[in-house]
Design a binder for this molecule. Structure first.
Ligand SMILES: *Cc1c(COP(=O)(O)O)cnc(C)c1O
Length: 401
């Protein structure tokens, strides 16, 4: 508090009154929301020392903020290494990862063909404008991997658990092969979360998250986190300051709060997804279930090997028997607990129709090639009682006939 405010005029009092009280022997248990653009010091020399990197501290929230720093420390710890930067969205984290990985004019970016639709668009509409050459590769087959390395990419971008068919690439092997080829690896770990796999521990250069999904987990924020190995610290911080896509402190606070219950939520989501997948497998209206926790899934054996005993994730997809677009619309509209939301990972169960949402921009032929048929829907298990979720689905199936 500025001394002698009582003696100042009202316009001055209104601006300065009540601010900058020094904590008196207490510590807030939860990190406060530091909703401030700048940070004050008694001496200009302090700001100079922080700006030169001689001393740690905060000067301007685009460069760093204590609420965000708390979140970043937590995510880096959960991811098993490196350091983290929190960003305004998952897409901002992908942008920053590509920049920090050195993607520029002439770079060759190998991208898994199973990427999130907007990531594909970003590569084609933005990264290619930088002059990068983008090729879509099959990281799941031996032949695909041989072709991938033969093309000598500079960067490999892939997801540790894909959408919507829940494929699981062999991340440890791909990172090893990438580094033998001197390529950098960016892993989008949104669907798996650090509870299933920790890309940093497998040596990935970068790991990105849409915090909008499992980290936040309550459908109340948009955010992203980029985790990087320590060797990229200067470059990531430099690029982050220039791009300015930093996460607001309120969203950082919500995400940090979300992380506290992530293990509990995710355990329940995995359990619910597993029970639903097994139940749906024998449902007469279901043609096929895609869930890596089922022995029928091509990557069933990878679950134990790569994810340990944590589960097979909270998302599953199903093909509804003898259903076209009209039947899918009727089925989805009949659901009450599964909310029609273009997201995943929330405490609420969610349903999404890839043909008109995540994969809308692809041609019918491209969708067909990726196995995304007109009767495929994606379910994100919430933390509700699974018996109620089954009843909700049953009722919607009944409305189909
Ligand atoms: C949602 C999502 C993104 C993009 O995240 P936003 O927070 O929406 O920008 C990226 N990758 C995956 C796998 C996602 O599910």
């Amino acid at each position: 508090m500025i001394e002698g405010l009582q003696g100042k005029r009202v316009a001055t009092q209104a601006v300065h009154a009540g601010e900058r009280a020094k904590p008196d022997g207490f510590l807030p248990m939860a990190t406060p929301i530091y909703s401030t653009s700048t940070f004050l010091y008694d001496h200009l020399a302090d700001i100079d020392a922080i700006s030169s990197g001689e001393r740690q501290g905060f000067t301007y929230s685009r460069h760093g903020n204590p609420t965000n720093a708390a979140l970043e420390e937590a995510v880096a710890l959960l991811e098993g290494g490196g350091f983290a930067v929190s960003l305004a969205s998952g897409m901002a984290a992908i942008l920053l990862a590509l920049l920090a990985a050195g993607v520029e004019q002439g770079s060759r970016v190998a991208a898994s063909q199973e990427l999130y639709g907007v990531t594909v668009k970003f590569l084609l509409d933005v990264a290619s404008r930088w002059g990068a050459e983008i090729e879509f590769v099959d990281v799941l087959s031996q032949a695909g991997r041989e072709a991938l390395w033969a093309s000598k990419p500079n960067v490999l971008l892939l997801e540790s658990l894909t959408n919507p068919l829940l494929r699981i690439p062999d991340l440890p092997a791909l990172v090893r092969e990438a580094h033998e080829s001197k390529a950098r690896v960016i892993v989008d770990n949104t669907f798996a979360t650090p509870l299933l796999i920790r890309p940093m521990q497998h040596g990935a250069d970068f790991s990105v998250h849409s915090a909008t999904k499992y980290f936040g987990g309550h459908g109340d924020l948009t955010g992203g986190v980029l985790v990087a190995q320590q060797q990229y610290a200067d470059e990531v911080r430099h690029m982050s300051r220039l791009v300015g896509a930093n996460l607001g402190p309120f969203e950082a606070w919500l995400t940090l709060r979300g992380l506290k219950t992530l293990p509990l939520r995710f355990r329940q989501q995995c359990e619910n997804a597993q029970i639903l997948a097994e139940w749906l497998s024998s449902h007469p209206r279901v043609e096929e279930v895609f869930y890596p926790g089922l022995p029928s899934h091509p990557d069933y054996s990878s679950v134990k090997r790569l994810f340990g005993n944590a589960g097979a994730g909270g998302v599953l997809s199903i093909k509804i028997r003898n259903a076209g677009r009209d039947e899918v619309f009727r089925f989805v509209d009949s659901l009450e607990l599964f909310l029609k939301a273009t997201s995943l990972g929330d405490v609420q169960s969610l349903v999404l129709y890839p043909t008109i949402s995540s994969h809308r921009d692809l041609s019918p032929k491209q969708r067909q090639r990726l196995g995304i048929t007109e009767n495929l829907i994606r379910l994100s298990a919430g933390i509700e009682d699974v018996e109620d979720l089954k009843s909700d689905l049953s009722r919607a199936f009944d409305r189909l006939t």
